[in-house]
Ligand binder design. Structure first.
Ligand code: DI6
Ligand code: FE
Length: 410
């Protein structure tokens, strides 16, 4: 195990010099050659041309020579179900042998099998099982991760998942943001009564989770096989009343106008969006709701309908890219491969892919002021890459060129 997060850096100044910077800043998109980044107290105090680095910073600093390597903001995986128990490789194998989703479900598979496994696991066990997945992401430069609940489906087990997610931040140098996804699926004990379960989520689970400070946002799964827009709206009304931002799994398998629903609540993000139409894109643009693109799930379930990237571009919808790491539809723990998929499968550009795992991913978590670009005032979260150009990060498949990862200046 990696060492515990050490105490925040003192007023020591660190400078990474002789770097090619992809600052990912809105205005100066291009990269800065012969660049430098300086950090103090875990925050960036300078990012730009090395020749413009203030002398008083340069004098006091510990200097790291990047030898011309590329430096980007630390990567942000803004949509994961990373805390889960067991896996569903057996189900994968059944599907490869021709079994349908219904047959798999009847054989005890599907989300319900992950619910059973999570309920049986202790909180420590969940942390232990989730760490290798987190480490795989960290090894590729991830410095911030969002983690959802949604496999507990009762108060005790949803709270256990969120506590496990929070404690991951205590054993690794990484920022964790949690989302309460009680409205993910119907638990077996609900006996088919979705409305009664939504009442439980909105009126009992959510207020308790909020009071315990376990969630940074509230998520839902709006789909025929999950919950209707009206049911999701009841959860969102309560979230809004409690002052928690919302996000939504929307339009993944059909168009229930989930994107527009999310926008109506000023959601941080709407995610998946394969079936989103133009009115959904317009609503998202107007609300500033980020479109989170999840090519891992698209690939793994062999979806054929692609998210409407062109509509998002045309209407100015921000797009982020994330792994959707989960045991059922996206057992993916590589944000680099995810970028390659977003480019290859959906035609996203290199710049869109990298912005999608940095600046726009930060926005999708409500962290635009803290992370996602190399700018003074933001967290000193960096990834130093042994590559010459940003395109190389998106182009390779299954190769990790990370040279160093810096979290809050360390
Ligand atoms: N979207 C999905 O594809 C899944 N959950 C979700 O919100 C699947 C999760 C699972 O099968 O475990
Ligand atoms: Fe998901």
């Amino acid at each position: 195990m990696e060492a515990m997060a050490s105490a925040p850096a003192s007023d020591r100044i660190s400078v990474w010099r002789n770097a090619r910077l992809a600052t990912m800043c809105e205005r100066s998109h291009g990269s800065v050659f012969a660049g430098a980044v300086a950090a103090q107290n875990g925050r960036i105090v300078f990012a730009g041309l090395e020749s413009e680095l203030p002398a008083e910073l340069a004098h006091k600093a510990e200097v790291i020579d990047c030898k011309g390597r590329l430096v980007t903001p630390g990567l942000i995986d803004c949509h994961t179900h990373l805390v889960h128990a067991g896996n569903r490789a057996n189900e994968f194998e059944m599907r490869l042998a021709g079994a349908t989703y219904e047959e798999v479900a009847r054989a005890g598979g599907g989300i319900v099998s992950s619910v059973k496994a999570l309920r049986a696991a202790s909180e420590d066990d969940l942390v232990r099982q989730s760490l290798p997945r987190l480490d795989a992401l960290i090894a590729e430069g991830v410095t911030t991760i969002e983690i959802k609940s949604g496999y507990g489906l009762d108060l005790e087990n949803e709270a256990k998942s969120l506590r496990a997610a929070r404690s991951l931040a205590g054993v690794r140098n990484v920022t964790v943001r949690t989302s309460f996804l009680g409205a993910h699926a119907l638990p077996p004990e609900a006996a088919g009564d979705k409305d009664a379960y939504i009442d439980l989520v909105a009126n009992e689970m959510l207020p308790t989770i909020a009071a315990q400070g376990l969630a940074d946002a509230v998520d839902g799964f709006c789909e025929g096989i999950a919950f209707s827009p009206e049911q999701i709206a009841r959860v969102f009304d309560r979230a809004t009343a409690l002052g928690l931002p919302v996000k939504l799994h929307a339009d993944q398998l059909s168009n229930l106008h989930g994107a527009a629903l999310a926008a109506q609540y000023g959601a941080l993000s709407a995610d998946h969006l394969e079936y989103t139409d133009e009115s959904g894109a317009v609503a998202m643009a107007e609300a500033g709701t980020v479109a989170v693109i999840l090519p891992g799930a698209f690939y793994f379930i062999r979806e054929t309908r692609k998210p409407p990237i062109d509509l998002f571009r045309r209407h100015g919808v921000r797009t982020a890219v994330a792994t959707d790491n989960n045991p059922g539809t996206s057992p993916l723990t590589s944000l680099l491969l995810t970028m390659n998929m977003a480019a290859t499968l959906f035609g996203m550009t290199v710049d869109e892919c990298i912005a999608g795992v940095t600046r726009e991913a930060a926005r999708a978590l409500g962290l635009a002021a803290e992370a996602g670009t190399l700018e003074p005032g933001k967290w000193a979260d960096l990834a130093v890459w042994d590559v010459e150009s940003p395109a190389e990060l998106v182009y390779r498949m299954g190769f990790n060129p990370l040279y160093r990862r810096v979290w809050r200046g360390q």
